[in-house]
Design a protein around this ligand. Structure first.
Ligand SMILES: Cc1cc2nc3c(=O)[nH]c(=O)nc-3n(C[C@H](O)[C@H](O)[C@H](O)COP(=O)(O)OP(=O)(O)OC[C@H]3O[C@@H](n4cnc5c(N)ncnc54)[C@H](O)[C@@H]3O)c2cc1C
Length: 104
């Protein structure tokens, strides 16, 4: 038995990655591990080792973004909004690369 998707990596919605990561779990990582090994138990272990690090990285990043996005203090919000504007599209690209697991 193993877990895929939201049940093993429950994440905040801030990166829009819940379903994406569930698909990566089942359709890519689990499918690859099962295809590469005859022993199902070994395949599930391979999947869990491979996936936990990456999925947890996304879970933590999504939580961090959500925490900052929900600031209530008007002064902090103004600083945050100005910083996001100043970072520009390069920051979005870096975030996308991080999410996709692509080296910069
Ligand atoms: C408003 C909203 C917007 C979202 N937007 C995005 C987005 O833009 N991008 C993105 O990647 N993700 C998004 N998500 C997150 C995404 O929907 C979830 O992370 C994803 O659906 C998780 O998939 P899952 O298969 O792990 O779980 P689920 O989709 O929850 O599927 C679990 C299934 O198991 C069934 N089930 C539960 N218990 C039992 C049982 N005992 N026996 C049999 N069946 C059972 C349920 O009925 C359900 O069909 C959004 C979520 C919400 C709510």
């Amino acid at each position: 038995m193993t877990l895929v998707g939201y049940r093993c990596a429950p994440m905040t919605p801030n990166m829009g990655q819940g379903a994406c990561q569930a698909i990566e779990d089942a359709a890519v990582a689990l499918a690859d591990c099962l295809a590469q090994r005859d022993d199902t138990a070994a395949a599930l272990l391979c999947y869990e080792l491979h996936r936990s690090q990456r999925a947890n990285l996304i879970v933590r990043q999504s939580w961090r973004i959500g925490r900052v996005a929900q600031w209530q203090n008007p002064a902090l919000c103004a600083v945050r909004d100005a910083a996001v504007r100043a970072l520009g599209p390069g920051a979005q690209l870096r975030q996308l690369r991080f999410t996709l697991g692509v080296e910069a």
